[in-house]
Design a binder for this molecule. Sequence first.
Ligand SMILES: [Zn+2]
Length: 282
Amino acid sequence: MWPSTRPRNGEASAQGLIDAHCHIDFPQFDDRREQLLSECAANGIRRIVVPGTVPEGWQKILELARAHSMLAPAAGLHPWWVDGTGDDSLEQLDQLLAANSDLLAVGECGLDRKKGPALTQQQSVFEAQIRLAGRHDRPLLIHSVGTHDTVLALLRRLGFTLPFLMHGFSGSREQAEALVRQGGFIGVSGIITHPRASRARRVMAQLPLESLVLETDAPGLPPHGVPRDGNTPLNLPWVLDTLCSLRQEPPAEIVAAIRDNTRRLFMQRLDTEGLQKPGAPV
Ligand SMILES: [Zn+2]
C-alpha cells in the first residue's frame, strides 16, 4: 500500500507529534504562520523545533518561540550561507548560547558537497559549531549532503559525545548505523514519500526504531507531488504514516518510540507535555 497523497486521517496520525526540524521562521510563512500553527495543533502536532541558519535570523526565531509555545528555538550557521562567515558570527553564537537557556540545540550546521561555498570553508565553520555545542552542552542539528563519512570522522576527532540529528537523511544503512553508534538520530522526512526513493525507504524500514525521529524541513524537502518549497509542517503525519507503512511494528509503538527518541535527542529539555490545553495559545 502506497500513500501517494497526503492521508486525511492516517492510522498513525496520533496526537503529540514533534517536528524535529522545520524552518517555520522563513519569510514565506510570514503571512500565514499563525494560521498554520493553529492547523498544526488541530492535526496533532505538539512541538516544532526551529533551527537557525544565519545570524540575522536568530533573534526572530527566539521571539517566535516566546510568542508560540509550540515552537522550540535553535541557532546555528547553515553551510550554504557561511561564505564570508568569520569569527564574529561564531562569537555571537557563543554569546547567544550562553545567554539563552531556551536554545535547544546548535544548528542547522554541517557540510554540503553540492551547494554552498568550498568544503574547506564550510568545514572550519562546522568544526567551530561542534566545539560550541560541546562547550554549551547542546545537541547538534546536522545538514549533510554527500559528506556523511566526513561528518562522522569530524565528530569522532573532536570527541563530540552528545546527541545529534542527521536531518533529512538519505544515506546508506551502514552510514546510518555508524552515525547512530556515535550518538546520532536519523531524521525521517518527506523523502520516504517519493516512490523512487527506494533506498531511503528500505533504510528507514530496517534501522532500529530507537534511532528515528520525524521532521519535515519545511519549506524544503517536499513530499511526493508537493511543489518545491511548498512543504509545511502539516505534512508531518504523512511522513509518519508512510514510515508506519514501511515498518513491522504497530503504529502506536512507532509513535511512542519516536516521541521518546526525540526527547533523548534534545537531552530531555524539550517539553512535550502540558501544551495545547484547550484555549492555550499555540
Ligand atoms: Zn533545514
